[in-house]
Ligand binder design. Structure first.
Ligand SMILES: Cc1ncc(COP(=O)(O)O)c(C=O)c1O
Length: 385
């Protein structure tokens, strides 16, 4: 076979974006027809849907009964910044970062909140040495680095008897990776990631110790209304029953409920995790068998199973950034992969979303196309020389 012959099979769904991610396989717009549109979210029907979203989250993720869960404004960013703004400043802070979103939380801590925080950063493709972290400080970190394709392998290193709080941005991990709830005091995510929901709404999950912090500590800086979780030093319990701070989109809520139903129907969290692992496994097999391409994650133990980042290593490549862009463009032009270019701040390459809504057959069908696009681009580059 000619090396440049396009593969015979195309992915049935070419959506491999790392957010918003592919909708669940059962998604159809008319499946949202029962959304209580044009009704108040404070009416019984709206409140019931919001409460179902919270209850379903607890059920599928296995969140302990004494943890609080809320739907909050502004997607994962809103949820995470709400946690930083309401809880940090009470004790020493350590900021851990291994990609651009984690780096954004470092900027928040240092430049906006003006905290004298210890900052531990790892280059793209690595995470920091978690055993060196002072867990008696409040520790902010990202479970899965969406833009760098690395993740925390387990929470074992986090001590159960820590004095600090752990604030975990788990937006590209929740529903695809097991999260150790006893080690996480604040966990945030957005619907737009692993369950293929919509952006705009964030979720925040609080341990009893995080609630104790909220009720015992008042930060020195002002808090906008959309960050306020307490009133008169007491938690506003209604927020954790679906009485949202401001108006949510009931269409997005309905869409999230559909995704939760789908998750339940396939077997819940174990099935969601297994799907992401199977997808990442299919990419790993391709990478192992293909010269000239590598995983950005240096250590397989920390390699992401959702946002898998690939780099091109063929010595014939002259301009890595231009090459990676051209490969992504070829894949898009063929209609086999949309939105797979590496994140703008990350090293040049491809990023293939392997989260739970993506079908393994589609990942398997995509891999030969990546090999093809790479060979075609090297050939084009040589012809230009
Ligand atoms: C690790 C991480 N944190 C935060 C965000 C921001 O999420 P959102 O746009 O849902 O606020 C993203 C988005 O990709 C992310 O990957």
């Amino acid at each position: 076979m000619d090396d440049l012959t396009p593969p015979a099979t195309r992915p049935a769904n070419p959506r491999f974006s790392s957010g918003p991610c592919a909708k669940p396989p059962v998604f159809r717009l008319d499946a949202l027809a029962d959304a209580p549109l044009g009704r108040s979210h404070r009416a019984a029907v709206g409140k019931a849907r919001l409460k179902a979203a919270i209850d379903g989250t607890r059920e599928i993720l296995g969140v302990p009964a004494d943890y609080r869960i809320a739907i909050v404004p502004a997607s994962d960013t809103g949820a995470y910044e709400m946690a930083m703004w309401t809880m940090l400043g009470a004790r020493p802070v350590e900021m851990l970062a291994w990609e651009s979103f984690g780096a954004g939380w470092v900027t928040d801590a240092i430049k906006q909140l003006k905290l004298d925080a210890v900052v531990r950063e790892a280059p793209y493709g690595e995470i920091v040495d978690l055993s060196a972290v002072n867990w008696d400080a409040d520790v902010c970190f990202t479970w899965n680095g969406t833009t760098s394709g690395v993740r925390v392998p387990t929470g074992d290193v986090i001590p159960a008897d820590r004095a600090g709080l752990t604030l975990c941005d788990a937006t590209s991990a929740a529903f695809a990776m097991d999260l150790p709830w006893d080690k996480l005091d604040v966990t945030t995510f957005s619907w737009q990631k692993v369950l293929g929901g919509e952006g705009a709404h964030g979720m925040i999950i609080l341990s009893p110790r995080a609630v104790a912090r909220l009720e015992s500590y008042t930060p020195p800086w002002p808090l906008p209304k959309i960050f306020r979780l307490t009133k008169g030093g007491k938690l506003i319990e209604g927020i954790f029953k679906g009485e949202t701070i401001n108006t949510p989109s009931m269409l997005c809520v309905e869409d999230y409920l559909l995704a939760l139903d789908w998750a339940r129907s396939i077997g819940g969290l174990p099935a969601l995790v297994a799907r992401a692992e199977a997808n990442a496994g299919a990419v790993a097999r391709f990478v192992a068998a293909t010269p000239g391409i590598g995983n950005l994650a240096r250590d397989p133990a920390t390699a992401s199973t959702t946002s898998v980042c690939l780099t091109f290593t063929d010595p014939a490549i002259r301009d890595a950034a231009a090459f990676a862009k051209a490969v992504a463009k070829r894949l898009e032009a063929e209609g086999v992969a949309l939105d797979v270019g590496a994140y703008r701040d990350a090293p040049p390459g491809l990023r293939i979303w392997c989260g739970s809504t993506v079908e393994t057959a589609d990942i398997e069908a995509l891999m030969p196309w990546i090999g093809w696009a790479m060979r075609a681009e090297i050939a084009a580059q040589s012809a230009d020389a």
